[in-house]
Design a protein around this ligand. Structure first.
Ligand code: UDX
Length: 443
């Protein structure tokens, strides 16, 4: 098939590259001239494991190309994906200006029947709006379908190529046939392509992300309770997760969820519910609890150091909102770094991928370390915000020798409590007992 993907952000690039990989010819369209130029030279603008290999191969084999001209990009395309940004406006609702502008531009330049696919996360009713914008100037027949994306950063290629399910909102038999053909190579194991009306498809995306955010938040509340009653959230997680009705995934307590999707989607669903005069009370709590959770370790640091961090050096391992990405949007690490700086501490940071993105925001306010132990050397405490694999089994001897105090605050529960006690560390994690050997703090 001939496919166009309008918008080369995260979702657009993964969609375009993966559909080229299944043998289609894909043209990616973006108004950013420099970005298009770079991609033509095989420079991948995002970090996503495994994607660059497919990206290079498909460019080399002539199945993936790029243009800044919409008319050129959609010429002969049977399917046109809209993967444009929908940033939250000031009131939290998704801003549709980019999608609607492209829809308006598409009308007069469509030369023959095409399926136009909303791939961005958009509020209920957007497909209808897109259809109306195109219809206003269209000379040919077309369909608009909603096809939300469920991929996770860091494992996006796998998620795209082997989806649990594909959700397609359309009531047109013609569009349904096209979408079936397009997705057939990805669902050969029998995973379903679920067809439904457009509004249900649009809502499915928000419902899925909000449910997962709620699941995590619920466990974070349980973790907070565990600390008070003296229980262990890891044990509770195993206990409840083995109930197949609950499932064992997305039950890891920590310092809150971040990223580009959960915070934005929970907020947008709460907001759009209000537009229909419905108060989605549960989501309001999820947002509030998650916000609190992000900095829950900070008061514990203050307490540990006798009421102040002034003059202390804090080592930070992990800046990205989760491992295997350089994405720092809504990352808990940043909220904490702000608190540390405000409290008068020096902050030394290390992350395997996200350092440059953090440097763009913080400039010389932070010390950027070339590796994880350079961050911890001479620091008063180590704080972990992201569960990168490289932090899971560190060299504790090197850590202990480098740190002024053998103390770790762990927002991701990476280490075993007994092991930390044996190693002689003070260890404060989330929803578990504190390991403290009451050593004198060295200054
Ligand atoms: C999410 C959805 O999973 C995906 O389907 C959707 O398309 C986009 O949003 P993503 O934001 O890439 O994907 O990351 P994900 O792996 O889902 O993690 C989201 C956040 O939840 C991270 O901050 C992560 O640390 C946190 N999380 C996840 C937990 O705190 N505990 C868990 O058990 C799982």
């Amino acid at each position: 098939m001939k496919i166009a993907v309008v918008g080369t952000g995260y979702v657009g690039l993964v969609t375009g590259t993966c559909f080229a990989e299944t043998g289609n010819h894909v043209t990616c369209v973006d108004i950013d001239v420099q970005k298009i130029e770079k991609m033509r030279n095989k420079q991948m603008p995002i970090f996503e494991p495994g994607l660059d290999l497919l990206f290079n191969r498909n460019i080399e084999q002539g199945r993936l190309d790029f243009t800044t001209e919409l008319a050129e990009g959609i010429k002969d395309a049977q399917v046109i994906f809209l993967a444009l940004p929908t940033p939250p406006g000031e009131d939290g609702s998704a801003d549709l200006q980019y999608i609607l502008k492209v829809a308006e531009d598409l009308g007069p330049i469509l030369e023959k029947y095409a399926v136009i696919v909303d791939k961005s996360t958009v509020p209920v009713g957007t497909a209808e709006k897109v259809r109306a914008k195109i219809q206003a100037n269209a000379k040919v027949d077309f369909d608009v379908v909603s096809n939300p994306e469920f991929l996770r950063e860091g494992v996006a290629v796998d998620d795209f190529m082997k989806p649990d399910r594909v959700v397609v909102g359309t009531q047109s038999a013609k569009a349904q046939k096209v979408m079936e053909l397009l997705y057939a190579p990805l669902v050969r194991q029998g995973n379903p392509v679920i067809f439904m009306d457009e509004k249900s498809a649009e809502l499915t995306k928000y419902a899925a992300n909000s449910f997962l955010a709620t699941k995590i938040t619920f466990m974070n509340e349980i973790a907070n309770l565990c600390e008070l009653v003296g229980a262990d959230v890891d044990a509770v997680r195993r206990g409840v997760g083995t109930d197949s009705r609950i499932g064992n995934r997305f039950l890891f307590a920590g310092i809150g969820y971040g990223g580009s999707c959960f915070p934005k989607d929970v907020q947008a669903l709460a907001k759009s519910s209000r537009e229909y005069d419905y108060n989605f009370e549960l989501l309001n709590s999820v947002m509030e609890v998650n916000h609190r959770q992000k900095t829950k370790l900070f008061p514990k640091l203050i307490e540990y150091f006798g009421g102040s961090l002034r003059g202390k050096t804090i080592a930070v391992w992990g800046l990205a909102f989760k491992p295997n990405t350089d994405d720092i949007r809504e990352a808990p690490a940043l909220y904490n770094i702000d608190e540390f700086l405000e409290a008068g501490a020096t902050v030394k940071v290390y992350d395997p991928e996200a350092m440059e993105n953090v440097r763009e925001i913080y400039g010389d306010k932070l010390v950027y370390s070339p590796h994880q132990y350079a961050a911890s050397d001479d620091a008063d405490a180590l704080v972990i915000f992201t569960e990168w694999p490289v932090f899971r089994t560190p060299d504790f001897d090197v850590l202990a020798k480098g740190l002024k105090n053998s103390v770790i605050f762990d927002g991701r529960n990476l280490y075993d409590l007994d092991a930390m006690a044996d190693l002689g560390f003070d260890y404060i994690s989330v929803g578990r007992a504190e390991v403290k050997k009451a050593q004198a703090i060295k200054v």
